[in-house]
Design a protein around this ligand. Structure first.
Ligand code: ZN
Length: 241
């Protein structure tokens, strides 16, 4: 391969490298990935809120349970007193009155406890509704996340196929290009946003899109064929057309 041919081949390598860079960029910046990030953040927000509400709801459940236990106890006591009252074993009027008073007092206590229980149930109602709402919203977000994850995998797989093809083409394109020229290209490319070599079209460098002075262009065009020349503006390798 002549030096001039090597420079032309280097332009092909550059085109393939640019394609590969674009494919990698596309892979990193998939719209679906941003959307998935959004759903993940919303899910975390939702779960935090749900866990907060669930905590309050659990506290109410515990109070309900305590009240129910107490109601059962009071009811049992009242029943016992009632049985005693009608058992015929108590005949002393003072004791009968005391028993009746106890039953009345226990029944009053039972009603109080039942009222408290009702209040708790009323507090729980909107919480249960909110928890159901949050769970439904979470299902929607979960489903969307699954769809997005699948879409990302599909898009990535398609990009991988294209990328593998470009990488294979690049390997073929570098064939015959001297190692030191490739190394210089790689170094320039690394420091100059991925473009290490560019065509000189007329007076314009296609790498930086700046117009070179007529003197510089004249000097470059009079270099021997295949000589390594650099853009005076950006420093990239220039390949005169
Ligand atoms: Zn330039």
């Amino acid at each position: 391969m002549t030096s001039a041919a090597a420079l032309e081949a280097l332009l092909d390598v550059q085109a393939l490298d640019t394609s590969a860079d674009q494919l990698r960029h596309r892979r990193e910046h998939l719209q679906e990935r941003a959307e998935l990030g959004d759903r993940t953040a919303k899910l975390a927000e939702l779960e935090a809120r749900a866990s907060e509400v669930q905590g309050e709801r659990d506290a109410i459940s515990a109070s309900e349970k305590r009240l129910e236990d107490e109601i059962a106890l009071v009811t049992e006591k009242a029943k016992g007193a009632d049985r005693q009252l009608y058992s015929g074993t108590v005949n002393v009027p003072r004791e009968l009155t005391a028993l009746q008073d106890e039953i009345t007092s226990l029944q009053r206590r039972q009603r109080q406890l039942e009222d408290q229980e009702l209040e708790l149930m009323e507090q729980a109602e909107p919480m249960d509704a909110l928890l159901a709402e949050l769970a439904a919203a979470r299902s929607v977000l979960d489903a969307e996340s699954v769809t997005l994850t699948a879409a990302i995998a599909e898009a990535e797989a398609a990009i991988e196929v294209e990328l593998a093809d470009v990488v294979a083409q690049r390997a073929a394109a570098t064939d015959g290009i001297p190692d030191d020229l490739l190394k210089e290209y790689e170094a320039l490319r690394g420091g100059l946003g991925g473009i290490g070599v560019a065509r000189l079209s007329g007076n314009r460098c296609e790498g930086c899109h700046l117009t070179l002075s007529a003197v510089d262009v004249d000097r470059i065009r009079h270099e021997p064929d295949g000589a390594l020349v650099h853009c005076t503006e950006c420093g990239r390798l220039l390949v005169p057309s």
